[in-house]
Design a protein around this ligand. Structure first.
Ligand code: FE2
Length: 176
């Protein structure tokens, strides 16, 4: 990673942190404090970077996608499945204003963010890693294993296999 990459990531972090700070002034997103947008955004970013690296994609771009993927919820207070598309509109404006990203990169980042909250086909490679990372972060931090046999659980199982892990369920409990 070059100094330019680090500068871009830090720029994105500043943008995200500014909005997270405003959010945290109001407390956790879930009333019981079981979910925190900062932990989730940064966790997804690391999982995205790791998946990008292992698939021969750009880890920096993956990291940035992860950081920004839920700004539709964080900034717009949008808790519906539309938080992907609404976040992508904000992110597009932000990335263009920075002058640090070319149009192809902006397209990749915004497309992934737009698609991550909705079902659908024709996913590009970065769209896939974001969907995977979003699920795997929730597994490790919230214990959200999803129901066996579902598409989301299959994604989780495939990701765990990469790490040499698996979900073992017993007596309504599970461990990885
Ligand atoms: Fe997310």
């Amino acid at each position: 990673m070059t100094g330019d990459n680090v500068e871009r990531i830090k720029y994105v972090m500043e943008y995200l942190n500014k909005h997270l700070t405003m959010l945290n002034d109001m407390g956790f997103v879930f009333d019981d404090g079981s979910f925190d947008e900062m932990i989730h955004s940064y966790g997804v970013a690391y999982f995205c970077a790791s998946a990008a690296y292992s698939k021969g994609l750009d880890p920096e771009l993956g990291y940035i996608i992860g950081l920004l993927h839920d700004v539709g919820r964080i900034i717009n207070d949008d808790y519906t499945k539309a938080h992907g598309p609404s976040g992508a509109i904000l992110v597009e404006g932000f990335l263009e204003d920075t002058g640090l990203f070319d149009s192809e990169e902006i397209e990749i980042v915004c497309r992934s963010i737009s698609k991550h909250s909705k079902k659908g086909k024709n996913h590009g490679p970065y769209d896939e890693i974001l969907k995977d990372a979003d699920l795997i972060e929730r597994l490790f931090f919230m214990g959200d294993i999803k129901a066996p046999g579902t598409a989301k659980r299959k994604r989780i199982d495939q990701q765990l296999e990469r790490y040499g892990l698996e979900v073992i369920e017993k007596n309504n409990e599970f461990k990885v």
